[in-house]
Design a protein around this ligand. Structure first.
Ligand code: MN
Length: 227
């Protein structure tokens, strides 16, 4: 007999390449981590330490069909390298940071840009522009045994076969070890945490029906249609 007063929610998870499932505990995201994207968002990439926002764990979706969200007229894609944390820790040193990584995936940080613009203007939180249902489409998580620690591959995204984002991981302002070190000073990282590491330039609005396909060299792909 259990004490739950309602049915406990299903644990969000992501499939792992080669078999098994990765349980998702939390989703953290880095803002403006590529200089050209920071500039297209009207920010100065040179003077800003990394900053973070989050999405609920159950925002992950690995499906060929992703529901177009309510309450937006400007749904933007942001193609991102996702870090899957396999070992927790606090105030992790940069030199040890990669030992905490289980694997990597290709993911998309879907964003209600109109609500985010309004939130920025009114100095309100970003939650409803970033952390809505199904706002974190993600491909397979690939263990580091297969990927190593990608730091220089191509990261790209196309919409209906037209390339919209085409960057390289080398252009990240803050590297994966630096992000882990920084974030673990703010929260105790735990196994199951995902970190979306920011997007190259080229973000834009998409319509219902669009097919979004992203790829990161040496990591994998993410592909879905907005329905
Ligand atoms: Mn993003």
């Amino acid at each position: 007999m259990s004490d739950w007063v309602i049915e406990p929610p299903e644990l969000p998870s992501v499939s792992v390449a080669g078999g098994g499932r990765f349980p998702v505990r939390r989703i953290f995201c880095v803002g403006r981590n590529y200089a050209a994207h920071a500039r297209e968002m009207g920010a100065d990439p040179d003077r800003e330490p990394p900053f973070f926002f989050s999405k609920p764990a159950d925002a992950v979706i690995s499906s060929d069909h992703v529901p177009f969200p309510t309450a937006t007229r400007s749904l933007h894609f942001e193609m991102e390298l996702v870090v899957a944390i396999g070992r927790g820790g606090q105030a992790i040193a940069i030199e040890q940071a990669l030992e905490h990584v289980y694997g990597y995936a290709a993911g998309v940080d879907l964003t209600r840009r109109d609500l985010q613009d309004e939130a920025k203007l009114l100095r309100r939180p970003w939650d409803m522009s970033k952390g809505f249902d199904a706002s974190a489409p993600i491909g397979l998580i690939v263990p580091t045994l297969q990927t190593g620690h990608p730091a220089c591959g191509r990261i790209s995204l196309s919409v209906d076969d037209a390339i919209k984002q085409d960057g390289t991981l080398e252009d990240m302002i803050w590297s994966v070890p630096e992000i882990i070190a920084f974030l673990s000073k703010l929260v105790a990282l735990a196994p199951g945490d995902l970190i979306f590491t920011g997007t190259p330039d080229g973000v834009a609005a998409v319509e219902r029906g669009a097919r979004i396909s992203g790829s990161i060299d040496g990591v994998g792909t993410v592909s879905f249609q907005l329905v």
